[in-house]
Design a protein around this ligand. Structure first.
Ligand SMILES: Cc1cc2nc3c(=O)[nH]c(=O)nc-3n(C[C@H](O)[C@H](O)[C@H](O)COP(=O)(O)O)c2cc1C
Length: 198
């Protein structure tokens, strides 16, 4: 079973190496990923967000926790992530439990953002119906006035989710659609690997 020993043992290290290559190859948003969550009715929903951090603990993105994805991830704390890096011919799929990052982590990231984004985090009732664009602009003006001349604090409903992976799949395009698929399944303290038919 030579192919088994050829699968690199650590999926996070493998992700890190691929992500570095993606950043070299893709000028805009190489950290974009699709996040899928599940609603109370069992229906999945998916949208693009930006990966802001990752390490052995998991993959972090930031959002409004009252948004559709936020509510779904809190009620049904599992999510799937999907990256497609076309110039690399690579897809990475991550699945796992979702947890909220610590307030200290969220604060550190929030305060690294541009002030306009900080204001937007207060002004946007993300995923709720919006009657007119003017309504949004009025909320932005209110927040700007409220925090004029002082730092914008992080809204309590705005934070990060960490997807703690228990399954990671690397797909690499090969000729005749006989692609490589390497799956990592969390087992005990480590990872078991297997290959899948393409
Ligand atoms: C390239 C790109 C990056 C995005 N990054 C984020 C992000 O990091 N966080 C976020 O909340 N929404 C992000 N969005 C917007 C989401 O796709 C989505 O519209 C929004 O979060 C509301 O989703 P929901 O109603 O399913 O909760 C991004 C959209 C695009 C196209």
């Amino acid at each position: 079973m030579l192919h088994r020993v050829m699968i690199p043992p650590d999926p996070i290290q493998r992700f890190a190496e691929l992500f570095e290559r993606a950043k070299q190859a893709i000028a805009v948003d190489p950290n974009a990923m699709v996040v899928a969550t599940v609603g109370d009715d069992g229906r999945p929903s998916a949208r693009v967000v930006l990966l802001k951090d990752f390490d052995a603990r998991g993959f972090v993105f930031y959002t409004n926790h009252e948004s559709r994805k936020g509510r779904e991830a809190r009620a049904h704390p599992h999510a799937a992530l999907c990256f497609y890096w076309q110039p690399l011919n690579e897809q990475v799929r991550v699945e796992g439990r979702v947890e909220r990052v610590t307030d200290a982590e969220a604060d550190a990231y929030f305060h690294s953002r541009a002030r306009g984004s900080q204001v937007g985090a207060w002004a946007s009732l993300q995923s709720q119906p919006l009657a007119t664009r003017e309504q949004l602009e009025a909320r932005v003006a209110e927040v700007e006035q409220k925090y004029a001349g002082q730092p914008v604090p992080r809204p309590p409903h705005w934070s990060g989710f960490r997807v703690v992976p228990d399954r990671i799949e690397f797909w690499h395009a090969q000729e005749s659609r006989l692609h490589d698929r390497h799956v990592y399944l969390r087992e005990g303290g480590g990872w078991r690997t297997e290959m899948l038919y393409p």
